[in-house]
Design a protein around this ligand. Structure first.
Ligand SMILES: *Cc1c(COP(=O)(O)O)cnc(C)c1O
Ligand SMILES: [Zn+2]
Length: 414
């Protein structure tokens, strides 16, 4: 049973039935799924949610499916870990990491959004699915489309990381490289969606797709004992994830499922080489000035973010802030998380850690605030961004090993 009332324009409030449509016919504003919250309140309790298995589907009343899901059944339920060693390095006393680097099936938070979108594509009876992607979405659409038995057409910028190409093609997807950046790819996908009866998950299925991100927020609150954190630091590409974590906390509050209020401050993280949302925040504006991306954080390289206006607005409205970091800082962020917490994240996670370091140093993140970092992707996919020391090679002799150890110890002291 579904609690969806329909789609509603985020700009003018015009309502539409729940169909395959992403934009308002009156004002071109983005459409969002609208629910019957009073009816949900009548059935959904903490106890019911806690009794269900640890996947995104434990919050199914707050997701826009009419039928039981058939793919993505293992997605979600990722760890929320206390990060004391990282916290000490950053000067934060109450730090947590939400680790979607180990989400399934494809090791990023995108499995949450495609889990919803591809089940919805099956409900709509669509013949094929696809997406415009900066990499992780490509992997996730490929895997979930294969599991659903649907062909998939996936368009990416030509310069995507090799691991993200392989981890898409392996599923039998038709992956196409486009000469241009993500914004060029996205424009092309909008034209494709107009011509073919397909579900482009972040184009014509976008209202449904984006709802999947709310589960990242639901899980954080439930894992904290039904409490919204004081602050979150979230990497931003199109700006959907940060907006939907906010929506998730607000919904739990509205349904009476939270201890205390949903008064979390939202901090947005971007790379200096692609920072249109952070730039708007720093100007005190919501109006996005599109940029041409140039950064190793390719998963965040969207120069004209679809939800940038809303993301910049909610950062300001919650008393948060936005920061950006250089490619060098991104790499040191990846290394710091790995060396302190044993978590290998991709470049987007490096952005989040490095921005957190900056915000803590600026005093914008309070030392005692319960802060959650959104780690959204896995480091095995962006190894080309790292240039680690070559490993020593030795003869199979104890003396050779001892010599290496001595040199390493001397290096550590120096
Ligand atoms: C897509 C992506 C994001 C940001 O997603 P938006 O909802 O577009 O802002 C963050 N991290 C990773 C690893 C991603 O792949
Ligand atoms: Zn409208």
């Amino acid at each position: 049973m579904s609690f969806v009332r329909g789609l509603k324009c985020r700009e003018c409030g015009h309502e539409y039935p729940a169909r395959l449509q992403a934009g308002c016919e009156d004002c071109y504003g983005p459409l969002e799924v609208d629910y019957d919250y009073d009816a949900i309140k009548g059935v959904l309790s903490r106890r019911l949610i806690e009794s269900r298995s640890k996947t995104i589907w434990k919050y199914r009343e707050l997701l826009p499916l009419d039928r039981e899901p058939v793919i993505g059944l293992g997605t979600g339920g990722t760890p929320l870990l206390r990060a004391d060693r990282l916290g000490r390095a950053l000067g934060l006393d109450n730090l947590y990491v939400k680790n979607d680097a180990v989400n399934v099936p494809t090791l990023s938070f995108k499995d949450r959004v495609t889990g919803v979108a591809i089940n919805k594509a099956l409900e709509f009876g669509l013949e094929a699915v696809g997406c415009a992607s900066t990499g992780n979405l490509a992997n996730s659409v490929g895997a979930n489309a294969a599991a659903a038995g649907l062909p998939s057409f996936i368009l990416v910028p030509e310069n995507l990381e090799p691991a993200k190409i392989t981890a898409t093609q392996i599923y039998g997807s038709l992956l196409i490289k486009v000469r241009g950046n993500y914004d060029d790819v996205n424009r092309l996908c909008t034209q494709i969606a107009d011509r073919h009866p397909w579900g482009l998950v972040n184009v014509n299925l976008r209202p449904y797709y984006a709802e999947g991100s709310k589960t990242f927020g639901y899980e954080i609150a439930e894992q904290l004992g039904w409490k919204a954190p004081d602050a979150v630091v979230v990497p931003m590409a199109g700006g959907a994830l940060i907006s939907k974590i906010h929506k998730g906390f607000k919904e739990l509050e509205r349904l009476g499922l939270l201890n205390g209020e949903a008064d979390t401050r939202f901090f947005g993280a971007q790379a200096a080489g692609c920072n249109p949302i952070v730039d708007a925040v720093k100007r005190g504006s919501r109006d996005i000035r599109p940029v041409k991306p140039s950064t190793i954080a390719k998963s965040l390289a969207i120069g004209n973010p679809a939800d940038g206006y809303f993301a910049a607005g909610l950062i300001a409205q919650t008393g948060g802030w936005g920061e950006d970091v250089t490619d060098e800082e991104i790499v040191s962020g990846i290394r710091l998380l790995a060396e302190t917490e044993g978590i290998f994240t991709e470049t987007a996670g490096g952005v989040t850690v490095a921005v957190t370091r900056k915000l803590a140093a600026q005093g914008r993140l309070r030392r005692d605030a319960l802060t959650v970092l959104a780690i959204t992707g896995n480091g095995l996919k962006t190894q080309d961004a790292l240039q680690l020391e070559p490993a020593p090679v030795i003869e199979p002799k104890l003396a050779a090993f001892e010599a290496v150890i001595e040199r390493a110890a001397a290096g550590a002291v120096a």
